[in-house]
Design a protein around this ligand. Structure first.
Ligand code: 13P
Length: 234
């Protein structure tokens, strides 16, 4: 069984020099059963040939007049096979909705690339959390092959706040996600990751206690030593 440690750098760092230094530190972190995937901003994706690359976003067409957009096929030609889709920051700042997210997943499937689909409730007080997460998954994956899908459960309240979700709650959500995926396609068993204020102190809670197949790390992936500790603790 492979464990995934995915680094989402978001819009960081602000210089090429810093990105090179971070990439160098991350080059040899993974092992065969421990896949470390680095998702730098687009301009920094070609700076290392020695990491497994992921992207933070892509467009839903192969090519064409779409100013400012990046095609999954461009990413693939750089050796990138993973793309984060549906991150709450994109849903929030760019109004990405289910129909857009679904189109992205479809083109990624066509390109035989792996989608890392982010889902999660906004607030701890969401009384409809089962409905929220079920809808987020079904609306974009119903009728779609799950062969190249990874799900990242990222409760929005835990992103970038230090207010991580307890392992108990996260485990419940993982079980819910598993059930919803099973209803969509009984033959596939997509990996499910946890994301939201992951650090070297809490990472094993999510893997060992809550049973996740890995983690999606934001802020802590910008600190070489901390990120190495996270990988080592998995
Ligand atoms: P933080 O680890 O900074 O909370 O970010 C999580 C995240 O959004 C990863 O995609």
């Amino acid at each position: 069984m492979t464990t995934f440690i995915v680094a989402n750098w978001k819009m960081n760092p602000s210089t090429k020099e810093e990105a090179v230094s971070l990439l160098l530190a991350m080059e040899k972190l993974g092992k065969e059963n421990k896949k470390v995937i680095i998702c730098p901003p687009f301009p920094f994706m070609s700076l290392s040939k020695n990491v497994i690359l992921g992207a933070q976003n892509c467009f839903f067409e192969k090519e064409g007049p779409f100013t400012g957009e990046v095609s999954p096929y461009m990413l693939k030609s750089l050796g990138c096979n993973y793309v984060i889709v549906g991150h709450s920051e994109r849903r929030n700042f760019f109004q990405e909705d289910s129909s857009l997210i679904r189109k992205k997943i479809e083109v990624l499937n066509d390109a035989k690339m792996t989608t890392i689909l982010c889902v999660g409730e906004k607030s701890r007080e969401d009384s409809d959390v089962v409905e929220t997460i079920t809808r987020q998954i079904e609306s974009v994956l119903d009728g779609v092959s799950l062969q190249n899908i990874i799900i990242a459960y990222e409760p929005v309240f835990a992103i970038g706040t230090g207010d991580s979700c307890s392992a108990e709650i996260a485990k419940e959500r993982r079980e819910l996600i598993k059930e919803v995926l099973f209803e969509i396609d009984k033959n596939e068993n997509p990996a499910i990751l946890y994301g939201g204020s992951v650090d070297s102190n809490n990472v094993s809670e999510y893997i060992d206690k809550a049973g996740f197949d890995g983690v999606l790390v934001g802020g802590a992936s910008l600190n070489k030593d901390e990120f190495k500790k996270i990988v080592d603790s998995v």
